[in-house]
Design a protein around this ligand. Sequence first.
Ligand code: GUN
Length: 265
Amino acid sequence: MTVKEYVQSEKNRLANLIKEKNLSPTLVIIQVNDDPASASYIRGKIKDAAEIGAKTIHDKLPEDISQAELIKIIQKYNDDSSVHGIIVQMPLPKQINEEAVKLAVNPKKDVDGFHPLSTFSPCTPKGIIKYLKAEKIDIQSKNAVIIGRSNIVGKPMAKLLLKENANTTILHSKTKREDMEFYLAHADIVVVAVGKRYFLDHSFKLKEDAVLIDVGINRHDGALCGDIEPDLNVRLQTPVPGGVGLLTRISLMDNLLEATVENEI
Ligand code: GUN
């Protein structure tokens, strides 16, 4: 099943759930940064929500807003019982501390999974695990290698893979090439999130039945490219575009539904 087919089946499942239980999930999207990537992510989220029958409130704020004002607005949505999920699109302008903003969102409405007490898993790692399971890829006792140690992907990915009993290794920018080669040669599942076009390429020896998950989104000559060179000789490799980005977006809807069910019933 391609990622697109899987995501469509998940959308159908969520749409049916909303209809059956007569829910009215409502997601607030707060946008402070006006960069084209953020705008494009937000359009995608609004489209997904519309497709499953969820409501979105897109609150676009001035780029020079102060941190205190932004937090006041977040608190207004925290207190609004008709709002089930709140996301603040990152990155934020320099005058605002991202950590303070993440902590301002009510953990029960934090569908991004950014708050340390959030009831939700961060969307990208959650989407990846669910896709691996849908593809019937064994995780338990397998060698999982994550390249990249960010708070948004690498670290939470490791946590979820450990929960599934994978032998989990995180490699990063200070890992030596020879060690990278050693771990990759033994890896069953590889998640690459480094933000470098074709970082993982044919010069690395991989297992033929390895599963490669490409979290990279790099713009190159007007095209989107992943962190992994396309068409490596493995069992499964997620494409870019049309791969992890879609899994991340569907997880956001999944978390929104969870938040709605928790708070409406
Ligand atoms: N910026 C890049 N990815 C994300 C995401 O998943 N959530 C939010 N809020 N901002 C982002």
